[in-house]
Design a protein around this ligand. Structure first.
Ligand SMILES: [Zn+2]
Length: 486
């Protein structure tokens, strides 16, 4: 046995109990009973701690990535998920710093939004990024091809499926969306036929464009107006359209970073009548309300969609507990402070996005499990298991079972700390959580049997992360809010 974890309370989405875990060749080979230990076995004592499956965060943005010039509203800067700097999408983290932050935050699989360079087909972008990530990442990764145009893309879907992709992603928030919506629906139809999930950023470009224009005209351009520039009804109408596309095609959709009660209600009603809709939310919508945008440094809190009301915040916690929301993923898209606040920054130029890979699990645990909003099993389900199921990598990832990859986190439920962003691994230069009281967190993170983070330090070298491919022939299906692999 290579590694044995003794005495921990093993928690999965459906069970918990004290058991020893044996790991050999990167896989879990035994749970419970007497696990054989020899002279070469590494033994980790987890008494008094939880052992949980490593987090599966299917929504991160790590550079390098590149966006062709002229894509996005007005042919220039996308107002959305990414900062466009000299036509190059530059987030503060690459696969080195991003994967270190993931490991330190208890996340062992990351799903990266993968953009094509000019003239490059999505399947080529995936191959190129897979090389970068395999060189740099210390945790395993999934690559989501991002389609910035739909033209000719339906024909690409089969190739992406053959390459092991589990998904495609597109944005309804770009001005170009409406002109190409019929093509996007064809992509969605083809993706469903090929067993892929289509990830959709649901904000209506027309509504956001109009309302933003009115605010600019009236001179209300300070970032404190950001929420008004992207109202909840702009999200709700986009979710309703996306749901209709799923209904029309029968293809599963995955709504990224849902932020409002109104949008959640639409998705929930669709699920109740059997439409294949999966829902993701994101830490900032659970941890902050719109009042943060009013602060002097409110630009730091800007993401797309924007922060919402306290009623929306409680609807999202309720959705996680009820199963109406499947996953909480970071949308780790770390922008720099200077691009978010300052005299020249306004609602049309503020860079959306922030770091959350290292903070998501500890903060969702603190605010969710410790405050009684989520059980420990639900915490595992929404931060790991459901994402692995939806993206076709379960039970290799997302659970603790014999035969699964040994992606494990030893979680101390009792640590108390005051969060200090300066001590984290992300290369961004601010944290939204400085001074927050955090209860509980990862002590040791194990990726395919290798300890990658231990006692507050990264202890693995780069070049060990692997591309996780969706198993060929697996079909993501939808049943009562939980998908099942067949
Ligand atoms: Zn994103």
């Amino acid at each position: 046995m290579d590694l044995v974890i003794t005495g921990g309370e093993v928690v999965t989405a459906g069970s918990r109990g004290i058991a020893d875990i044996g790991v050999s060749g990167g896989k879990i080979v035994q749970i419970g009973g007497e696990v054989p230990i020899d002279a070469s076995t590494r033994v980790l004592d987890a008494a008094g701690r939880f052992v949980i499956p490593g987090g599966v965060d299917m929504h991160v943005h790590l550079s390098p990535a590149y966006i062709p010039a002229g894509v996005g509203p007005g042919g220039v800067t996308p107002t959305g998920d990414q900062a466009l700097v000299d036509d190059v999408l530059a987030w503060a983290d690459d696969f080195v710093s991003g994967s270190h932050a993931a490991a330190a935050g208890g996340i062992t699989t990351i799903g990266n939004m993968t953009f094509s360079q000019t003239g490059e087909q999505p399947v080529e972008a995936v191959a190129r990024t897979a090389k970068d990530a395999a060189r740099d990442s210390i945790v395993d990764f999934v690559l989501h091809p991002v389609l910035l145009t739909a033209q000719g893309m339906a024909e690409q879907v089969e190739e992406l499926a053959a390459a092991g992709c589990a998904s495609v992603k597109f944005f309804m928030m770009f001005d170009s969306f409406d002109a190409e919506s019929a093509d996007y629906v064809k992509v969605l139809a083809r993706a469903g036929e090929q067993g892929l999930v289509t990830m959709i950023h649901c904000e209506d470009a027309c509504v956001v464009g109009h309302v933003t224009g009115e605010l600019v005209h009236a001179g209300h351009t300070h970032p404190r107006n950001y929420g008004r520039s992207r109202p909840a009804y702009a999200e709700a109408v986009a979710v309703a359209r996306a749901v209709a596309y799923a209904e029309a095609t029968g293809s599963p959709i995955y709504i990224v970073h849902l932020s409002s009660r109104e949008a959640l209600d639409i998705a929930t009603r669709a699920r109740a009548r059997g439409v294949p809709v999966f829902v993701e939310t994101r830490p900032i919508y659970l941890l902050f309300d719109e009042s943060y945008l009013d602060r002097e440094d409110g630009g730091l809190y800007v993401g797309n969609p924007p922060l919402r009301t306290t009623d929306d915040v409680s609807a999202l916690w309720g959705g996680l507990a009820s199963g109406a929301i499947d996953t909480v993923c970071t949308d780790h898209a770390p922008a720099l402070k200077a691009d978010k606040i300052g005299p020249d920054v306004n609602i049309t130029t503020v860079a959306p996005g922030m770091a959350d890979l290292e903070t998501m699990l500890p903060l969702v645990y603190t605010e969710g499990v410790r405050k009684g909003r989520l059980t420990m099993e639900q915490f595992v389900e929404v931060t790991s298991t459901n994402a692995a199921r939806i993206f076709g990598i379960y039970p290799q990832k997302g659970t603790i079972a014999v035969g699964s990859d040994a992606d494990l986190v030893i979680w101390d439920p009792a640590t108390q700390s005051s969060f200090d962003g300066a001590s984290t691994h992300t290369r961004t230069d601010f944290s939204l959580y400085d001074g927050w009281q955090v209860e509980g967190g990862p002590v040791t993170t194990i990726s395919r049997g290798v300890v990658v983070y231990d006692d507050r330090a990264i202890v693995a070298g780069d070049s060990r992360g692997q591309l996780v491919r969706k198993a060929p022939g697996t079909q993501t299906t939808h049943s009562g809010g939980v998908s099942h692999e067949q």
